[in-house]
Design a protein around this ligand. Structure first.
Ligand code: ATP
Ligand code: MG
Length: 388
């Protein structure tokens, strides 16, 4: 393993070059690889040839240390390198199945879907799960959370941590939140992230949303190519960081319903194809009543499949888990209303699908009673403050 990632550990890189590089936000050998020769030349003003030489040296340094693979590599080597890929459990059986064990390091995973489908909830849940011990499916790592929409909520982290029997204070301490105010700032955060990732043992980088600010700032067709170019830069940087630092990258992307599409899925990613082509995995989240459907859309080795999950106080959960909780809440509520209810009613509350319950005579009876209205209310925690 390479212990020394300092820039001046590279042969021929002296104090002057080191200063030039660090002034431009390049702080270690990893950063050189992440940014690449063209960018290094443009941000430091050095000759392109020189930049290429330095980046090549950096690459060799990391190859020698076994941190990255050489360009001519046997399949066995690649296989071995892939063994070092870590997986972060999602805390649910259903999504772990979809992800084939969990969210992978050295990869960029894009989660896209409509508003309120659970992208942010998933990002919060993963920020907690990555901190779990390896035996429990985590990576004992910290999180860099790039929040572009001001939707990061520490309270949610506390609830999710508690639900997983983790110390909420410790969990909060291990999440570094970077609030991005505009798209340039969002890029800058990532460009400067190298030392933060290294010093804090970051194993998960979240960009929620990866696309929102670019979309807001570059409106109209005329600006589309600039937007795609900048967004392209951001997602490439994100995916190279994930590969170089062996951490998982999770980018969210909102999709709009586009009514002009009649065949296939009537939604399309706002970020267009840029995000799609760079991300290793793409997951589509869809609302289905109170439940959510997750579909693996693009993956080099996963089968294209769908699973059902739910959103709850504990973050993303297995659907059975959500039903248990709903029943418990309903029972508690009933106890406080002081109205006695038949046990059949409680049984029917468990099933979220109204169609299923309507068939049973007990439910028909209860639909008219005010108690059921109360329980229906409790069940509908499908609340999105932004919808108001
Ligand atoms: N404490 C909670 N308990 C149960 N469900 C919750 C809780 N907090 C949020 N939710 C659920 O999460 C949904 C919001 O999901 P989320 O914010 O992740 O959506 P999103 O996909 O990020 O949307 P957007 O594109 O607008 O950012 C709410 O509609 C609600 O159903
Ligand atoms: Mg969100």
């Amino acid at each position: 393993m390479v212990e020394d990632l300092r820039l001046d550990s590279l042969e021929g890189v002296g104090p002057v070059t080191t200063r030039k590089l660090s002034d431009a936000g390049v702080h270690n050998v990893m950063d050189l690889i992440v940014r690449g020769p063209v960018e290094i030349a443009s941000i430091t003003g050095m000759e392109k040839d020189t930049a290429e030489k330095i980046v090549n040296k950096a690459r060799q340094h990391l190859v020698d240390g076994g941190l990255i693979a050489n360009h001519f590599t046997s399949a066995t080597e690649i296989y071995k390198h892939r063994q070092s890929i870590g997986r972060i459990t999602t805390g649910t059986n259903c999504l772990d199945t979809l992800f084939d064990g969990g969210l992978e390091t050295q990869a960029l995973t894009e989660v896209y879907g409509e508003f309120g489908c659970g992208k942010t909830q998933f990002a919060h849940t993963m920020s907690v799960m990555v901190q779990k011990s390896k035996e429990e499916g985590g990576l004992e790592g910290s999180v860099l959370y790039i929040d572009t929409e001001n939707t990061f909520r520490p309270e949610r982290i506390v609830s999710i941590a508690k639900a997983h029997d983790m110390d909420p204070e410790k969990v909060l301490d291990n999440i570094i939140v970077a609030r991005a105010y505009n798209s340039s700032h969002q890029i800058l955060i990532l460009e400067e992230a190298g030392p933060v990732i290294e010093e804090n043992n970051i194993k998960l980088i979240v960009a929620d949303s990866a696309v929102g600010l670019f979309r807001a700032e570059y409106l109209g067709r005329g600006t589309l190519s600039v937007r795609q170019q900048k967004l392209n830069h951001f997602v490439h940087l994100l995916s190279r960081i994930a590969e170089t630092y062996n951490c998982a990258a999770l980018a969210t992307n909102q999709v709009m319903a586009s009514p002009d599409v009649f065949f296939g899925d009537p939604t399309r990613p706002v970020g267009g194809n840029v995000v799609a082509h760079t991300s290793t995995y793409r997951i589509y989240f869809k609302k289905s009543g109170k439940k959510r459907i997750a579909r693996m859309v693009d993956s080099p080795h996963h089968p294209e499949e769908e699973v059902i999950f739910a959103l709850a106080e504990a973050g993303v959960v297995d659907p059975e888990e959500a039903e248990k909780k709903t029943t418990k809440k309903a029972i508690t509520k009933k106890a406080t209303t002081k109205k006695t209810k038949k046990s059949e009613v409680e049984a029917t509350v468990e099933t979220p699908e109204v169609e299923a319950t309507v068939e049973t005579p007990e439910v028909e009876a209860t639909v008219e009673t005010p108690e059921v209205e109360a329980t229906v209310e409790i069940e509908s925690d499908d609340f999105d403050p932004k919808e108001e």
